[in-house]
Design a protein around this ligand. Structure first.
Ligand code: NAD
Length: 491
């Protein structure tokens, strides 16, 4: 299958400058595909196609038809579940069962927004009671226009679905720019769009180097909205770029989420959720609970159990049976994570387990599940997002201290709390300054519920009805309905 063309205006086009880049299988460091590297000329074609589809067709006024396309995309994703999941593993490295979840969730996301699109009535207008009865106001919602979605590599098809499905449901047209490390399933999504007959220009898929075409797209005057998921530094650049023409902007950025474990917790459950919270998807998860706060009474026992369990995790090629930890996505990510580990060791932070490439895997971007303990509060292992299978743990004495430590971060994407005392869990959940809080678990994510962060973790919410509203403008239409002259000039 070729990945050397861009999907623009319903057609497959080679990049104007003929450039491609390599996509690497991170389990063996071998190239799996050459991918089209769009130039700004190609990006411009995509913008014009999306603009035309929005301005010159009836797409924005046909929610029922949009719902039918979204449902057809969901069905086609399900039809191709096995192939898409395997492709995701080869491109990203994640274990196959996790890739299967992702693809199923992506299909579920298209179905969910198909339901919401079906409920949209383009003629629906809400009357707003006004104190001044000479006026009558109605409010309606309309698609924002042309959107540009820029996504990361950790959940390639799922992150595409989180943006493409609500944008199309809302009546926007779209340019999707996948991460260069993992473009392949996004291109497959283009083939699926073509197969279900999505009108030309409604969804355009432009693969390429973010730093080359990203600034062009995010500053483009004919793009109305930018929806970005990725790192904080790139998010800041995009804010600046989008400021040129004051674009509607939503940002889903990084995190360093805290998991508070109280001493009455079930230790087996604590070990399970701590590990899931930081080791699934190799810890390359924006909401990973990468800072763990454990109440002093159970600290030694929990550390001992956690370390023993982490050392039993099966590491290897994500396609091999029983593997729970695959390789990191690419050489850059591997080097960054290893650098953070080496820095921690050089600074004398206590390494409880892991910290190495597994001895039996000389090739591929593998890192052992890594646990640092008693991590100083000012150390980068405690403050910075590492985006790998590396957890930083500290003890705490009492509830207030745990809340204060958890909230002491520039990020505020997620948080988790574990205790048998559910009143305490609910109380702590309300004190944590983050957009997503888990009680007695970490990471489960639902298409129906809002997703997004406080502080530097982002702006706006995806998923649920909030995800749809991300792509809708609110318009008031106010009429003067009195027989009396207004009188500003005449009286
Ligand atoms: P990244 O910021 O390096 O890249 C994200 C995307 O931005 C890619 O498609 C890239 O090509 C593009 N890009 C790069 N430079 C650009 C520029 N100047 N202008 C426009 N686009 C540009 O992030 P990443 O390494 O792909 O992903 C990891 C980061 O994403 C982590 O920080 C993680 O926390 C975050 N993330 C957040 C969420 C969330 O929901 N909050 C979800 C997944 C990942």
């Amino acid at each position: 299958m070729s990945y050397q063309q861009l999907y623009i205006n319903g057609q497959w086009l080679s990049p104007k400058n003929g450039q491609t880049f390599s996509s690497i299988d991170p389990s063996n460091e071998q190239e799996i595909a050459q991918v089209a590297a769009a130039s700004v000329e190609d990006a411009e074609l995509a913008v014009q196609a999306a603009r035309q589809a929005f301005d010159q067709t009836d797409w924005a006024n046909q929610p029922k038809q949009r719902a039918a396309y979204l449902r057809a995309i969901a069905q086609e994703i399900r039809n191709q579940l096995d192939a898409l999941a395997e492709l995701e593993v080869r491109d990203n490295g994640k274990p196959l069962p996790e890739a299967v979840w992702d693809i199923q969730d992506a299909a579920g996301c298209f179905d969910f927004y198909a339901d919401l699109a079906e409920q949209l009535d383009p003629n629906h207008e809400e009357n707003i009671p006004l104190a001044d009865e000479r006026f009558n106001s109605v409010v309606r919602k309309e698609a924002v226009g042309v959107a540009c979605a820029i996504i990361p590599w950790n959940y390639p098809l799922l992150m595409a679905a989180w943006k493409v499905a609500p944008a199309l449901a809302a009546g926007c047209t779209l340019i999707l720019k996948p991460a260069e490390a993992t473009s392949l399933t996004a291109i497959e999504l283009g083939r699926i769009a073509e197969k279900v007959g999505l009108p030309a220009g409604v969804l355009n898929i432009v693969t390429g180097i973010g730093s080359e075409i990203g600034p062009y797209l995010t500053a483009h005057p004919e793009i109305d909205k930018v929806a970005f998921t990725g790192s904080v530094p790139v998010g800041k650049q995009i804010m600046q770029s989008a400021a040129h023409n004051v674009k509607n902007l939503s940002l889903e950025l990084g995190g360093k989420s805290a998991f508070i474990i109280f001493s009455d917790s079930d230790l087996d459950a604590a070990v399970e959720w701590i590990m899931f919270g930081i080791f699934w998807n190799q810890g390359q998860v924006c909401s990973a609970t990468s800072r763990v706060l454990v109440q002093q009474e159970i600290y030694p026992e929990l550390l001992q159990r956690l370390s023993a369990a982490a050392q039993k995790i099966k590491i290897g090629n994500g396609l091999d049976a029983g593997v729970k930890l695959g390789p990191l996505v690419n050489a850059k990510q591997y080097q960054q994570v290893m650098q953070a580990i080496r820095q921690g060791q050089a600074d004398g932070v206590q390494l409880l387990s892991g910290g190495q490439r597994p001895a039996h895997l000389p090739q591929g971007y593998y890192v052992e599940p890594t646990i640092f303990v008693d991590v100083p509060l000012e150390h980068p292992l405690w403050t910075d997002e590492i985006f790998g299978p590396v957890v930083a743990i500290r003890a705490f004495q009492h509830e207030q201290e745990a809340i204060q430590l958890a909230n002491n971060s520039i990020f505020g994407l997620a948080g988790a709390v574990m205790s048998k005392d559910l009143t305490r869990c609910q109380r702590v959940a309300r004190k944590l300054r983050a957009g997503i809080i888990w009680i007695n678990c970490s990471q489960p994510t639902f298409t129906e519920a809002p997703w997004g962060g406080y502080k530097q973790s982002g702006i706006g919410r995806e998923l649920g009805i909030w995800g749809l509203e991300n792509y809708l403008e609110i318009k008031q239409i106010t009429s003067y309905s009195s027989d009396q002259p207004w009188g500003w000039y005449t009286s």
